[in-house]
Structures are given as C-alpha cells and as structure tokens.
Design a protein around this ligand. Structure first.
Ligand code: AMP
Length: 306
C-alpha cells in the first residue's frame, strides 16, 4: 500500500497507467504462484467521487483495497449532474487533501480530470437517459441529476473497460445514494458493461448523521436538527420489527421531521429498493428514503426496514 497515489489528469494517461499497473500486479501474482496455487487474475477496484473526501468515501476505498490488486479513485465535480440553481460553483473542492486521504485509505491512483478533459468542446450531445427510475424521488426534485450522474459513470466505466483487458473491474458505490446504486445496477445490465457492482453500506457519525460532503455547509444548530432524519428512519425500522408499518406511521414520521426547527421535508417514503415503487407482497426488502432541506442544505438518507 502506498501513501502517495499517482495523480492522473488525462484519460489517455489513466488508461496507460491502468494497463501498466494491472500488468505489474499480474506479474507479482505470477511470482507467488505455485503449481497447486496458480496465479489468480489481478483485479481493479474503482471508486467514483466528487471529492471533498470523508470517512464515507474512504470506507469505499478501503473496501476496494481489501478486495483488489489495484485501486483507483476518481475525483470529478461533474457539472452535468447539478441543476442551474444548485451548488456546483460552491461545492467543496480540496484535491490536495483528497489525494492524501485516498492514499491513506489505500488508493494507488487518483484520476482528477478537468471538465474540458471529460467534456471536450462542451456538454455531450448523447447522454444516458435514466427513464422512470431516474425521474422519481431525487430525480423528481433534481431534474436531469441522474442522467448527468449516469452519463459520467458510463464514460468512466467505458474508459476503464477499454484499459482493463481481461481483468475484472469492481466498482464501489455507497448505499447513501441508494437510487444511484439501483440506477448503476440497471445501467450495467442494460448497457452490458463489463463491471461488477459492489454496493457499500452507509457510513454514519456516532450520532447517526449520514456522512456527506454537504454536511460542511451545516451550522452547529443545523447539524443538531439534521439528526432528526436518521432518528426518524430508525424509528420506522423499530416499528417494522414489532409489526408492519402503516400509512399513519409514515405520516407521523413526516410530521416529526417537518415540525423540527429549520427543516423542510422534501419527501419521506417507503419503497422496494429494486424498483423504488411501493413495496408489494413479492418485495424482498423495504427501504425508507428521506430528503429534506436543513436550512439551505439539502440532505438525503435512507435505511433498510427489513
Ligand atoms: P459523492 O462524492 O458524493 O459523489 O460520493 C461518492 C461515492 O461515495 C458514492 O458512491 C456515494 O454513495 C459514496 N458515499 C458518500 N457518502 C457516503 C456515506 N456516508 N456512506 C457510504 N457511502 C457514501
């Protein structure tokens, strides 16, 4: 494990370095191989981020480190996934610190392209369309968000697929963005991406607050108020342990959040995490989703109920 990952800015160099690193990793595996234990195929773990790394991101990176020979982290604040009145300009950027944190968590390479490198000549004409699943919940409040997010993930996947040869590409995504995980799963399926999706559970502060780069925007009081989100989800989960939750339980959860000082609820709903539709009798799992404005800051959270 190295503490200072290679910092890469261009797609061409990324592909070159990925090929080289995989080749080297394969050679190392070959030197350790015996007749009884032939060399396994070297794998690459990939974590896509927008930077401002925190313990949520570094948990994904550490997981990738445990499971792969090569670990790559991308840091790119993707303008396509921000609406015109959202926080693209003010989104926290801290590349130097991100490179250090990524290295400490086990990254071998950090890919930090410019907007021009990813979208030469301006926004792409052909983009990913995320359909119905991409226009519910987060996609409803943030029109175009998932088309933009999945477009950049599609590009990153294609760039890496072209460089990985026969090696497995494992992609780590956090359940913090549960709808994004579902969409990436669908995109891999629908586009035949040679990528293995590795979802990672939400990382929280001890008090329950889901870690987010946007937590930096919160004042002390807002941080305190924001705790109502995870607490309310936890109450819903408790209620499912003692029986089925009713529409009235969901309604009182909404009221609890809305009546908290400084908080305006966007949505709170229970869904089947595969479809994001209301759970049916066939649903294996139920997921409670919440989004709310804490002051000016929009936060999301979710919790598996069963
Ligand atoms: P972002 O930089 O917000 O685009 O996030 C990059 C990746 O880190 C996404 O897959 C997120 O779901 C994941 N992530 C962000 N926060 C958390 C968290 N608190 N727990 C788990 N994963 C997270």
């Amino acid at each position: 494990m190295t503490d200072s990952p290679q910092l890469i800015h261009t797609i061409e160099d990324l592909q070159k370095q990925v090929r080289k690193a995989l080749e080297k990793a394969q050679e190392e595996l070959a030197t350790q191989a015996t007749e009884e234990n032939p060399a396994e195929q070297a794998t690459i773990g990939f974590v896509a981020t927008m930077g401002a790394l925190h313990e949520g991101h570094t948990t994904l990176i550490r997981r990738a480190r445990e499971q792969n020979d090569i670990v790559l982290v991308s840091v790119f604040v993707n303008p396509l996934q921000f609406g015109p009145n959202e926080d693209f300009e003010r989104y926290p950027r801290s590349l130097e610190e991100d490179v250090t944190l990524a290295g400490e968590a086990g990254a071998d390479m950090v890919f930090a392209p410019t907007v021009e490198e990813m979208y030469p000549g301006g926004n792409p004409l052909v983009t990913v369309s995320t359909g119905k699943l991409g226009s519910m919940f987060e996609g409803k409040t943030r029109p175009g968000h998932f088309d933009g997010a999945l477009t950049v993930v599609n590009k990153l996947f294609n760039i890496l697929i072209a460089a990985k040869g026969k090696h497995t590409l494992n992609a780590y995504f956090g359940q913090k963005d549960a709808q994004q995980v579902s969409l990436v799963r669908r995109m891999i399926h629908d586009f035949n991406h040679a990528v293995v999706l590795k979802p990672v559970a939400i990382v929280r502060e001890d008090n329950g607050l889901a870690l987010s780069s946007r937590n930096q925007y919160l004042s002390e009081e807002e941080r305190e108020s924001a705790l109502v989100l995870s607490r309310t989800l936890a109450i819903l989960r408790e209620e499912t342990l003692t029986g089925q939750i009713m529409a009235t339980d969901i309604e009182s959860a909404r009221e609890k959040i809305n009546s908290t000082e400084g908080i305006r609820l966007d949505y709170l709903e229970v869904v089947d995490p595969m479809t994001f539709e209301a759970p049916t009798k066939e649903s294996q799992r139920a997921l409670a989703l919440v989004a709310a404005y804490v002051g000016e800051t929009r936060l999301i959270d979710n919790m598996e109920l069963h």
